[in-house]
Design a protein. Structure first.
Length: 342
């Protein structure tokens, strides 16, 4: 399987993160990309660099004013007296209240940044752009006849909404890949395997019937994103019935996960998509720092083999999976499992 990777991801090195009230360094570190690359290369996969696809793919998913904000936010922020090195939002509009679009960069940060887990540094925009190019390139490989391709995206994307960064994510790589596939396929499915619900992806496609969004994740009542990701969220308008959430009890292991996956694979088959995007979170692992689920390293091979059995042209897009000695082996296991059944 070809692996699409850009070393531009190293430009994004977020320092600020709040966990249970304590300020810490972000878990979304450049070393993640290095470990994933080493694992893919060590397993014999061909590593290729993405082309520059311009603004079109990201503009097909994200609002123009949001993209302008991301591109200019850091420079504007640094013009403020006594500003921090990273853009960090500290005030947000409240849902349901009248809301004017702000002009000041502090207000813009609060409008376009959903939490403190997505600080914007000097290199964040460029890294996010090239992460999206990785997703687009992998989708183009599949459109050109590859059975599957893996986009080693960093920063990740599935928490990013049409015009809101959130949870380590800025540009929604998974949604960008799906939209690219839609240029050829009337129906595309997204299967999100991250331990956290893909709230941004759900939001982007919630009113559409041409993209089925399916998410297996730790129960959102007990883990981030908390407010969305529940089984009763099934879409709205034209998209009613085309969003499927299957929350899993915290601590669910291989057996329970595979049973839930079997069910959603049947639902994907019933949708009859022309192609599939997998939001490949490896943070469902039993030793991941977030410890939401308890999938084993061999379990990822079984999971991806079941996904491959759908027989669909597939784009694998890297989402979560954080620093532990098992991160690289988990990726190698997942890719091996997919190829064993493809």
């Amino acid at each position: 399987m070809k692996v699409v990777y850009s070393d531009k991801h190293q430009l994004h090195d977020p320092q600020f993160f709040i966990s249970r009230g304590k300020v810490k360094r972000s878990n979304e570190q450049p070393e993640r990309g290095a470990r994933l690359l080493a694992a893919a290369s060590g397993a014999g996969h061909e590593i290729i660099a993405p082309d520059d696809y311009g603004a079109g793919p990201r503009a097909a998913v994200h609002a123009p004013r949001y993209l302008r904000f991301l591109e200019t936010a850091h420079a504007r922020w640094r013009e403020l007296p006594d500003a921090s090195d990273e853009v960090i939002a500290n005030v947000h509009p409240f849902p349901g209240e009248p809301c004017a679009y702000p002009e000041h960069i502090v207000g813009l940060a609060g409008y376009h940044m959903g939490d403190t887990a997505c600080p914007i540094g000097a290199g964040t925009w460029e890294a996010a752009v090239w992460s999206a190019h990785c997703a687009t390139h992998a989708a183009r490989l599949v459109l050109d006849g590859e059975r599957a391709a893996y986009a080693l995206c960093r920063p990740p994307g599935h928490h990013a909404y049409t015009e809101r960064a959130n949870g380590f994510c800025y540009l929604n790589n998974t949604a960008i890949a799906a939209q690219c596939l839609r240029a050829v396929h009337p129906r595309v499915a997204i299967l999100d395997l991250d331990v956290h619900h893909g709230n941004g992806t759900q939001g982007i496609f919630y009113r559409r019937a041409d993209v089925l969004t399916v998410s297996l994740h730790a129960d959102a009542y007990n883990t981030t994103p908390f407010f969305v990701g529940h089984a009763h969220e099934t879409g709205e308008g034209d998209g009613l019935g085309y969003n499927i959430n299957r929350p899993l009890a915290v601590g669910t292991g291989d057996e329970g996960y595979l049973a839930a996956l079997k069910r959603v694979c049947l639902e994907i088959q019933a949708f009859a998509p022309g192609a599939l995007v997998v939001a490949l979170g490896l943070d469902a692992h039993e030793k991941d720092p977030y410890k939401g689920l308890a999938v084993t390293t061999p379990g990822f091979a079984a999971i991806l083999a079941q996904v491959a059995s759908l027989g669909l042209p597939t784009v694998l897009v890297q989402e979560g999976g954080y620093l532990s000695d098992d991160l690289g082996p988990n990726l190698a296991s997942a890719l091996r499992g997919f190829e064993s059944a493809a």
